[in-house]
Unconditional design. Structure first.
Length: 597
């Protein structure tokens, strides 16, 4: 165990974790120069295209130290976006140390601080790294000062590096061995392994990534998952290189994987403890359960695909422990699932992965947070309202509470005014204003979660020209004046477009949704009335006028082949439409209504 080091790479989004991890892989020859491509650990196309890490990635490096000994370094790269901080917390639980990367051109940002605190809570050894020092705009002295203020370390402990040029990477490897303590644990004790991630492979089933705290796991062992109590055979075990590398045994202190042939997501729980069936150990404590923040219905475009959708969601859940779902039905959309997400980016990614990896085109209903409803004369009954249709009728409803968060925003002083205005508009309360330096300030707000999940992040970025970073944690539940806003198309309620909104925002929201739907709905042969209503009261209305008849033939001056092509194109488009009575609504419209200007 003295030769093992387990560490994760944490940072604010885009500060260069993946690029620096690439250099670590290269320098330890884990990946050859020939096979090297940018963001080598981000194996999803989606991650590459968007340039973001969505999922944590674990990999083992072999490193020859200057002391002449070879060390095993288990690296876990983590995502930086606030939606995925759960992935960070899981990775941290599997490590003894963390590389805290700070972009020298940006300085300390909100998630630098929150990820650092997560790591400190788990007593991780922190190696601060000032990254991107190759850039002309690097502010080495100023950002070093910020790091010293934050961590309280001496200046000499801060390593300078560039993931782009490779400068300083050798020093980082040395520091990992010298500064991060080797894992503790007893290889002879009963097996106690933490499942910190799982990946679904269509041929092999679920592959669980594990960190062994105590004991030894051998190929063929009869293992038990403590959460379910079910036993399986360890068909294959091994360590994580660029590919899976099978081994006969892995023992305390090490990170690896296990394949047991499990195909159902309910059988493997991230955070669960793996042990031996004939010599079980105690479960590992202190692993945080994932808490979804946003809920939305996901429905198949075609009702016949319901079971396939369930299957796909289950497989996706094996890859993404933070996705939760349960069946639900909608008058407008039939059978589907109410899913819980970590935030809007997560929702967007799940929808995209369903389409790309499982060929499932889905409709996503308007998302909302989870409210608590109290019923009159039943003080002990608390309903968790995750779906607008679950909100009790006003006649029996006593009160509703909504979740609040505590938010930290770090920005340049010149943007304070804009940010204050935004947060006040979002019903926020300023709780702290702290100057980190004469130019930089940390603002703390208490805000309703519902106000920040949709467009807050984008608006914050635009009003601060990108010079504001943002992070949040759940706080508590507070009384809320909540109403259910219904959308009607030609007087028919479309429950998939219903939303739960604060009364003070309902009218403006209703008007915006109607306006946006007017843009999104294709014209039909008849007039479409779009209405927003609270209870029986109509609060907004728009009209989509009817299409002129025979428009295609006229447009193309009777050119039959062009007309046919156009009709074919329209037919292809129809596949992504959903019919409500006679009205066709494009699949994307359900989420696009939220892209309010
Ligand atoms: P997320 O995983 O999405 O949080 O991003 P990340 O922290 O992994 O950042 P990533 O490595 O993707 O780098 C973000 C951007 O910074 C990319 O465009 C990189 O090319 C660039 N970059 C990263 N490191 C360096 C560096 O040392 N120097 C320069 N000049 N650019 C860098």
């Amino acid at each position: 165990m003295k030769q093992i080091r387990n560490f994760c790479v944490i940072a604010h989004i885009d500060h260069g974790k993946s690029t620096l991890s690439d250099r670590l892989l290269q320098m330890t020859q884990t990946i050859s120069d020939r096979d090297m491509k940018a963001q080598a650990l981000d194996d999803m196309d989606l991650e590459r295209e968007r340039g973001i890490t969505i999922k944590s990635h674990a990999i083992q490096l072999n490193y020859m130290h200057t002391d002449g000994q070879e060390y095993i370094l288990n690296l876990i790269d983590t995502p930086g976006h606030v939606d995925f901080s759960y992935e960070v917390s899981r990775s941290i639980a599997a490590c003894e140390g963390a590389l805290l990367i700070v972009d020298a051109t940006q300085g300390i940002q909100a998630q630098t601080i929150s990820n650092l605190f997560l790591a400190l809570e788990h007593d991780l050894e922190i190696i601060p790294i000032l990254n991107k020092i190759d850039m002309d705009t690097a502010m080495v002295e100023r950002v070093s000062g910020q790091i010293i203020d934050l961590i309280g370390c001496p200046e000499k402990d801060i390593l300078h590096a560039s993931g782009k040029t490779g400068q300083g990477v050798a020093e980082i490897l040395t520091a990992i061995v010298d500064r991060i303590p080797p894992p503790l644990g007893d290889p002879a004790a009963p097996l106690q392994a933490l499942i910190f991630d799982s990946i679904f492979n269509p041929f092999r089933g679920a592959i669980a990534n594990i960190r062994i705290l105590n004991g030894t796991l051998r190929k063929g062992d009869k293992v038990r998952f403590l959460a379910t109590g079910n036993d399986y055979s360890a068909d294959e075990i091994g360590v994580l290189k660029m590919d899976y590398l099978p081994k006969q045994e892995i023992s305390a202190g090490n990170v690896g994987y296990i394949i047991t042939g499990i195909k159902q997501s309910s059988e493997i729980k991230v955070g669960d403890t793996l042990t031996l069936a004939d010599r079980p150990a105690e479960p590992i404590q202190g692993f945080e359960e994932v808490k979804p923040m946003v809920f939305a219905g996901i429905f198949p475009l075609d009702n016949d695909d319901f079971e396939d959708l369930r299957d796909s969601l289950e497989k996706l859940q094996l890859n993404d422990a933070s996705l939760v779902f349960e069946p639900e039905s909608s008058a407008a959309l039939g059978f589907g699932f109410r899913c819980g997400f970590l935030g809007m980016l997560h929702l967007d990614i799940i929808q995209e992965r369903l389409s790309r990896e499982f060929n499932q085109d889905v409709i996503t209903t308007i998302p909302n947070v989870s409210y608590r409803a109290y019923i009159r004369r039943e003080p002990d009954t608390v309903l968790n309202v995750r779906n607008p249709t679950d909100l009790p009728e006003p006649t029996i409803l006593d009160r509703v509470e909504e979740p609040y968060i505590s938010a930290q925003i770090i920005t340049e002083t010149e943007y304070i005014g804009n940010i204050m205005n935004l947060c006040i508009e979002k019903r926020g309360i300023l709780t702290k204003q702290h100057y980190l330096s004469p130019e930089r300030v940390e603002l703390n707000f208490e805000l309703p979660l519902a106000e920040i999940v949709f467009d807050f992040y984008d608006r914050l970025k635009s009003i601060s020209r990108g010079y504001a970073s943002f992070d949040y944690q759940p706080l508590d539940y507070r009384a809320s004046d909540l109403v259910k806003l219904d959308i009607k198309l030609n007087s028919e309620n479309v429950d998939a477009l219903s939303a739960l909104v604060h009364r003070s925002k309902a009218e403006a929201f209703g008007r915006k949704i109607c306006k946006k739907l007017k843009e999104l709905l294709p014209r039909q042969q008849f007039v479409i009335a779009i209405q927003a209503a609270i209870g029986g009261k109509i609060i907004a209305r728009e009209t989509v006028s009817a299409m002129r008849k025979d428009v295609t033939a006229k447009c193309y001056g009777g050119d039959i082949s062009r007309k046919r092509k156009l009709l074919e194109k329209q037919k292809a488009g129809k596949k992504k439409m959903r019919q409500f009575g006679k009205i066709e609504v494009p699949q994307k419209a359900f989420l696009d209504v939220l892209k309010l200007d």
